[in-house]
Design a protein around this ligand. Structure first.
Ligand SMILES: CC(=O)N[C@@H](C)C(=O)N[C@@H](C)C(=O)N[C@@H](C)C(=O)O
Length: 726
């Protein structure tokens, strides 16, 4: 018997609006320990959240604070201290280590002009408000540090002495104005140093979502002197970021990315050549602390200020890899590998490290352990590493919660966000047990979320049929998340939406996913496929896909779908496929390679033709590597490479397509240029295949702005409902 899915746009919008209210956590800071006159101890927890506001068509950012009474080892009592406060205009903010002051980089419009100010607050007074724009020492302050897992360059860091602030900004550029407007006085004053470079010089940027970032510089504010200095003495061919103060504030440590001969897209690309550097502020010398032959990120100083932990992976190659956890000893200057790459999961089940960012603080108070959240197959767990033995323990593997995120840890008090496909994010705290303790973490809830009682989820594991085994990387398994309405009568068959993730080297973990929850509430089943090549399954799985995209990944998805159909709970006449980017590549491949199997297809910024993409994407290396070739900045594809990129692309199968296609395209997409979608649109129209294209101005590759995301979702479900009845 067919199940009835919700089909009224008004009703669907109501469900979407209801479930989109759940906010997500983007940051948490643990304040200093305060001891009351009676000996009781407490710490303030500052949290930042974001929530979709469909009326204002924006993601609203707000904060909420909590107070946690404890005895340094366990939570005695906790509770919110006040309600939420919307945060507007704050680019970055950071409390000083003592908690006595707070620094804020604020954007404000003065007489219609956007300005940036650096504010220093103490208790109930704004002690300083420095107009950074007026100083003309640098360009805009880099804002990509408010949410740690999205940080690339940005930072706002107090010196240990609390007298200086370190941040990253765009390098100052000559005024972009006509040569004929520059004032004569300026010309005369600087005959050899033109006040302008004209208006039309091309400045490289760092690609998708980083279009306003080109030449970062490290800046230091001397709070007492109200003086900003831009650090010089760094190598000209590197771009600095992720900086922090060295022990004793003798200098600054940072990550430097090489940007010659040209910048490649950096977002979701932790495989760019980079190194750990130390700029000694006393001697003015810049020292490279790691080899420079790898890609490093996320440096974190231990509480005893003796070691720096950081993540490392190979340069180029797959864009997300299994990382090493490395450690630099500040005093011996020796580097060691604490956790190495895992090719295949061992008996302990540990599959390797797949995080591209460690939490702002990640060390235990004794500086002997490192804690991080990491995808492990289709879950995301909290892992703890002993730096002396390299032993790894999961703090959450036994939990029935599918995904954990470490927001911060300070003096062993952890702040985490956790969720499942049927449970929105919750905020918990708990103390890390002692290094020799066998106890579990005693978690305390600061903000709870109610499980959706009508939504169920499970992780399915698949072994590809022998004919699809990869002879070079054999016997690899993969997973899929099946999320569906809970109370379904036996005879009822559900419509199914299949969604392979993009990347391709990423993974869908069992976390709260708004679209899946709404689809289930509407009566759909959802299958999220982590095909071979996903991260979280060992390095071999990742490498097994290189050169095999368009076949191995397509077959894995189809195998998972056909396996689920055998269960008999799905209506075979109502199966649709959707995906974004590489997921869109797979969706368009599936309707081309299995003509008529899928009744509807929705593709967000899909890769359609790798041969035409390579010349205009911010990640040309991705096209070469995924096609199975080696990328070098000084070489162009040869005819054979162009041919293979064309042959492994969905456009190759467009003449077999029967499935109606909805394309959702971001006008500002630098990752998968919008012309990819138009190429497929025209090819389908020429073959009288029903195709509709939605064009989202002011939106990029993710189509994650509130307008595009919500409009894209509504159009997706209505497109599927319409064509299920074809
Ligand atoms: C894992 C990842 O994101 N890789 C990057 C190189 C990337 O942007 N890949 C795109 C082709 C892609 O598929 N992106 C996915 C993650 C998306 O949904 O945007």
């Amino acid at each position: 018997m067919d199940s009835k899915v919700m089909s009224s746009p008004g009703e669907i919008a109501r469900v979407y609006k209801e479930l989109s209210l759940y906010p997500s956590l983007s940051r948490a800071d643990v304040g200093p320990v305060i001891t009351s006159q009676y000996g009781g101890k407490y710490s303030n927890i500052y949290t930042e959240w974001s929530q979709r506001d469909l009326e204002r068509n924006e993601n609203v950012k707000f904060c909420r604070q909590y107070i946690v009474f404890h005895d340094d080892k366990s939570v005695v009592y906790s509770g919110a201290s006040g309600n939420c406060t919307e945060i507007k205009g704050e680019v970055l903010s950071k409390d000083s280590p003592s908690g006595d002051m707070k620094a804020v980089v604020r954007e404000s419009s003065v007489k219609g002009e956007d300005k940036q100010f650096l504010e220093v607050w103490s208790k109930n007074i704004k002690m300083k408000s420095i107009n950074l724009s007026a100083l003309k020492k640098h360009g805009k302050v880099y804002d990509d540090a408010s949410c740690y897992y999205l940080t690339l360059f940005g930072c706002l860091v107090w010196s240990h002495s609390e007298t200086h602030l370190l941040y990253v900004a765009e390098k100052k550029r000559p005024k972009a104005e006509s040569f004929f407007q520059a004032s004569n006085a300026e010309q005369q004053a600087n005959p050899n140093n033109p006040a302008t470079e004209g208006q039309f010089v091309f400045h490289e940027d760092w690609g998708e979502a980083l279009g306003d970032k080109s030449c970062p510089v490290l800046c230091i504010l001397d709070i007492e002197g109200d003086f900003v200095s831009v650090l010089d003495g760094l190598p000209d061919d590197i771009s600095p970021g992720q900086a922090f103060w060295a022990p004793g504030d003798t200098g600054v440590v940072f990550i430097g990315w090489w940007h010659e001969p040209f910048r490649l897209g950096l977002k979701y690309c932790p495989n760019r050549r980079s190194a750990l550097f130390y700029m000694d502020l006393t001697g003015g010398k810049c020292e490279q602390l790691s080899s420079g032959k790898t890609s490093v990120c996320s440096p974190r100083l231990s509480p005893d200020q003796c070691r720096i932990a950081y993540l490392e992976c190979s340069v180029y190659g797959p864009h997300m890899q299994c990382s090493k956890l490395c450690m630099y000893d500040w005093y011996t200057k020796k580097t060691s590998v604490v956790v190495d790459v895992i090719k295949r999961p061992g008996k302990d089940g540990f599959t390797g490290i797949y995080s591209s960012q460690l939490s702002p603080q990640c060390w235990s108070a004794d500086s002997q352990r490192i804690i991080f959240a990491c995808p492990q197959r289709s879950r995301k767990d909290l892992l703890m590493v002993d730096i002396n033995t390299g032993s790894i323990n999961s703090l959450t593997a036994k939990s029935d919660i599918g995904s954990w995120c470490l927001l911060n840890i300070e003096r062993d008090l952890m702040v985490v966000s956790c969720s499942s496909p049927n449970c929105p994010p919750s905020l918990w705290v708990g103390f890390l047990p002692g290094i020799d303790s066998q106890e579990n973490v005693d978690w305390v809830t600061l903000e709870d979320s109610e499980k959706l009682q009508d939504v169920d989820w499970q992780i399915l594991t698949f072994t590809p049929p022998s004919e699809d085994d990869n002879s070079q990387y054999s016997n690899l398994e993969f997973d899929a998340l099946l999320i569906k309405p809970k109370e379904v009568k036996d005879e009822v068959k559900l419509p199914l939406i299949v969604t392979p993730h993009g990347g391709p080297h990423s993974v869908i973990v069992a976390e709260w996913l708004l679209s899946s929850a709404v689809l289930c509430r509407m009566g759909f089943a959802v299958l999220l496929v982590n095909y071979r090549g996903s991260i979280g399954y060992g390095e071999d799985s990742i490498y097994s896909l290189l050169g095999n995209v368009g076949t191995q990944d397509v077959k894995d998805v189809q195998f998972a779908v056909e396996s689920v159909l055998k269960s008999g709970s799905i209506d075979e006449q109502k199966v649709a496929v959707s995906g974004g980017s590489h997921g869109g590549f797979l969706a368009c491949h599936l309707i081309g390679q299995y003509p008529g199997f899928y009744k509807a297809c929705v593709a967000r910024n899909p890769v359609i033709n790798m041969a035409s993409m390579i010349g205009s994407t911010d990640i040309p290396d991705w096209c070469m590597v995924e096609a199975g070739f080696v990328f070098n900045t000084d070489c162009l594809p040869d005819a054979a490479e162009w041919e293979k990129m064309l042959n492994i692309s969905p456009i190759k199968y467009v003449s077999q397509v029967k499935t109606p296609v909805l394309l959702t395209i971001g006008e500002d997409d630098k990752r998968v240029p919008n012309k990819q979608g138009i190429e497929y649109y025209k090819a389908l129209k020429a073959r009288q295949i029903p195709v509709r294209l939605l064009w989202y101005p002011g939106n990029n590759h993710s189509l994650s702005k509130v307008d595009a995301e919500s409009d894209g979702f509504m159009n997706m479900v209505l497109w599927m409902i319409q064509h299920f009845s074809d």
